[in-house]
Every structure is written in C-alpha cells, then in structure tokens.
Ligand binder design. Structure first.
Ligand SMILES: [Zn+2]
Length: 63
C-alpha cells in the first residue's frame, strides 16, 4: 500500500496526501510510522461502498 508519487489532489493539486485504510487493521511498526507521518489514515468503520481511497491533508478532499 502506497501512494503514487505523481498523484495529486484533483481539487487543489496538493501532493500532501494520505491513503485511507478501513479497519480493523493489524497495527505494525511500519504502519504506525506511516500514520504518524500522515501517509496513512486509518478508519475503524467497515469499508463503505465506493469508499474514497485517498485523502488530501491540505483541503480535506477525499476520492
Ligand atoms: Zn486537496
């Protein structure tokens, strides 16, 4: 799981993005580091239909 380097927010063009992961997840040291550096966003709810995969840390847009 990772974000393509060329990926940008379709709304504001920011590259400051996080990947959204739906729980429950097994927390590993690597995952914890990704969460702390805001590369991964963990949601504890079950994955909804058409769930957004990416989150823009700049404007809050999800897609
Ligand atoms: Zn954005």
């Amino acid at each position: 799981m990772s974000i393509p380097e060329t990926l940008r927010c379709p709304k504001c063009g920011s590259g400051d993005l996080a990947e959204i992961i739906y729980g429950p997840v097994e927390m590993t040291e690597k995952l914890l580091l990704q969460v702390q550096s805001k590369k991964v966003l963990i949601r504890s709810e079950p994955k909804p239909d058409n769930a957004p995969r990416y989150y823009c840390s700049y404007c809050g847009y999800e897609w």
